[in-house]
Design a protein around this ligand. Sequence first.
Ligand code: RIB
Ligand code: CA
Length: 313
Amino acid sequence: MTVRKIIIDTDPGQDDAVAILLALASPEEVEVLGITAVAGNVPLALTERNARIVCELAGRPDIKVFAGCDAPLGRKLVTAEHVHGKTGLDGPQMDDPTMPLQAEHGVDFIINALRTEAPNTVTLCPLGPLTNIATAFQKAPDIIEKVQEIVLMGGAYFEVGNITPAAEFNIFVDPEAAAVVFGCGRPITVMPLDVTHKALTTAPHVQGFRDMGTKVGEMVAAWTDFFERFDKEKYGSAGAPLHDPCVIAYLIRPDLFSGRHINVEIETQSDLTRGMTVADWWRVTKRAPNATFMGDVDADGFFALLTERLARL
Ligand code: RIB
Ligand code: CA
């Protein structure tokens, strides 16, 4: 398998943190060119701080972390402290990072990286609202054709919404940005709630993190303990959905996932259904397919991969 060059665009968020750790633990499959923080789960000042904390936890203070956009394209920022806590990484006590934040704006890093790397060799991995990606595409349309693939966590169809009855959080926060990305014409692979709600951190999986006997295992278990309280209470589920690591797991083991190449449009006009991913799963329209929308995951295989890789750190 050739090593994929990736840019992780993220709003840590405990699940984002696990995704970043999984990527940094998998150099045979992915090379992280940089991490761009975006406002989402918590404001930008915290998401960029948290991204640096996670890189240091992975023993990678060399990773370039950039601050991107601090608000959606044209809407007021909606955050999710009710899920992730005030810091965005609530659970264990985390010290402030010491590694530097890059001076370059995250959007400019995305633009420059796509202009510098060979065409069709960089995969964008958005794990939060799509503001940075859409801003980069609008500021530098020439980079769009250079993108190898966009593999993102966001949206929902059968699982419907988690922040409103109709919309998943990442798409809801910046639906206009999502519409730009889903309309860009490049290959898009979507990890919606339909998949991530099958990747639940059940007690045996969390114990598996603890049994690693490492700082990373201890942190991931503590994040999970905090993060899962919200979903277990809301859904009565056996654990929390580990949303964002599904994106990185797909790059490493695509065979763990299955879905359909279908048309996905974004609702931007209605206050009632703002941010809904209108996924034509049953192909009832003549709208051209624009995304591979995942519908299932081998959850045991996913957690086996995650535990094996995180134990390396
Ligand atoms: O709806 C789940 C998504 O919203 C995840 O990416 C989580 O981190 C939050 O950003
Ligand atoms: Ca996220």
